[in-house]
Design a protein around this ligand. Structure first.
Ligand code: HEM
Length: 186
């Protein structure tokens, strides 16, 4: 299955991204630190979704609108009293010039929902956050997370029809991780 191969091929970058985020969460001391983290996600995922939506939307991926993340991140920032930052542009983002590259980037965004649960728990432990306010992005699909991930993987396996397609999607996913790592470190 292609989804097994892409998991393996992106593992190193996933681990690096995870490490940076765990560091950020461990050093989180205030609501402002959390707002800053949300702002980093907003800027990158927000810019990325704009690029992805040139090729993927509700007309070719039925539940795409449920998979959009930018508005939820903006809501969390607003609930916590923060300002909405600029979105990433140009070379801050991976190259997304076709449908396959868009799927590679979407793989990274959708996969982040799996770590989101863990991130959400860590944030609640580090900060005193009332009634989950400001946690909607990291709580993401809640109890539906596994189902949403499994249905995404099925679609991704169908999208990658040839070995060449697989290379394009995998390269785009790795670029998406790498540019996010750079964005978080800046
Ligand atoms: C503290 C941060 C994070 C933790 C602890 C974490 C943890 C996890 C866990 C537990 C899984 C599930 C592995 C499995 O069930 O096989 C996963 C999968 C994944 N995560 Fe993360 N994650 C984090 C951050 C991120 C971020 C920020 C992204 C994207 C920007 C991301 C992208 C992915 C992807 C693409 C997968 C799917 C791997 C596959 O193909 O099965 N993760 N992560």
């Amino acid at each position: 299955m292609f989804t097994e191969k892409i998991k393996e091929a992106t593992l190193q970058y996933h681990q690096q991204t995870e490490k940076i985020l765990i560091g950020k969460m461990k050093s989180m001391r205030s609501k402002q630190d959390y707002i800053d983290l949300l702002a980093a996600f907003y800027g990158y995922f927000g810019g990325l979704e704009q690029q992805i939506e040139r090729y993927i939307n509700a007309s070719n991926l039925a539940d795409y609108n449920d998979r959009r993340k930018t508005a939820a991140i903006a809501d969390d920032i607003k609930v916590l009293g923060g300002d909405i930052p600029q979105k990433a542009t140009g070379t801050q983002l991976p190259e997304i010039d076709n449908y396959l590259q868009a799927f590679g980037a979407l793989y990274v965004i959708e996969g982040s929902t799996l770590g989101g649960k863990i991130i959400s728990k860590m944030i609640q432990q580090h900060l005193h956050i009332d009634n989950g306010a400001g946690l909607s992005f990291f709580n993401s699909y809640g109890g539906q997370t596994e189902q949403m991930w499994n249905s995404f993987k099925e679609i991704l396996n169908d999208v990658a029809m040839t070995p060449e397609d697989e290379v394009i999607i995998t390269d785009a996913a790795n670029q998406t991780f790498l540019k996010f790592k750079n964005w978080l470190e800046k």
